[in-house]
Design a protein. Structure first.
Length: 231
């Protein structure tokens, strides 16, 4: 999504091509391949690990009209392979990308990326709905590893929003969890602390939470196992 936002403001066609191909590679490998294979596996009633993108595309072409049209309009194996093999060529004269047999204009690739983003969001919405329907009401505070729940980082994001805190970014992969919010006025401090206390149960390995405000450089730190604040 950052790449797509940058594309709209980028005047250089070379740079736009670079941004779009990077976004496309992430989507086609990180979303289309696993989600389409999950759909096909659910229909078949058996699961195997997702095969290569070309095999997934062949299965899409042999499937229903929706997946067949998606494969034709949006899954370009040559383009993906050329990106991986570093053989992708940008033709600035014809304004097209050429990659191991695939030729596509920038406008077509941009439409394709938007289509894949929509598909990705739809699959995530379906997954969230399925998990919500299967989830049992927890006995106490939210905790890591709750059955049929979304990933902990995704649940952590939601608790800030439900407390009225507009979250800009959450980096939760390490011992220091960095939370960036749009604003933090006096009325927001208590809701932010409530969200942090709840999120602490979802991220048990975190030692420190750093809370910063958009466009401000000095974060506040909250100790992970206490209520002390370091300013």
């Amino acid at each position: 999504m950052e790449a797509m936002a940058s594309v709209a403001a980028e005047a250089s066609s070379d740079r736009r091509a670079q941004l779009l191909t990077g976004a496309y590679r992430h989507l086609v490998e990180g979303s289309i391949r696993p989600f389409v294979w999950a759909i096909l596996s659910l229909r078949a009633g058996r699961w195997t690990e997702p095969p290569s993108l070309s095999n997934v595309r062949d299965a899409m072409l042999a499937s229903d009209e929706f997946l067949r049209r998606l494969a034709i309009s949006s899954v370009f194996v040559g383009l993906r392979n050329a990106f991986a093999h570093e053989t992708l060529e940008w033709d600035g004269f014809d304004e097209v990308l050429r990659g191991e047999g695939d030729v596509i204009t920038l406008s077509s690739l941009e439409d394709c990326v938007r289509r894949l983003v929509a598909f990705d969001r739809g699959c995530h919405a379906a997954l969230a709905f399925d998990r919500a329907m299967r989830a049992s009401e927890p006995a106490g505070w939210p905790a890591a590893g709750d059955l049929n729940r979304m990933p902990e980082w995704s649940r952590a994001e939601a608790f800030f929003g439900s407390n009225g805190i507009r979250l800009v970014d959450l980096a939760a992969a390490g011992a220091v969890v960095r939370v960036k919010v749009e604003r933090l006025g006096v009325a927001d401090v208590n809701p932010c602390f409530q969200a942090l206390v709840t999120v602490r149960g979802l991220l048990p390995r975190a030692r420190v939470f750093e809370v910063s405000v958009l466009n401000e450089t000095t974060p506040g730190q909250v100790l992970g196992r206490g209520v002390s604040v370091i300013v």
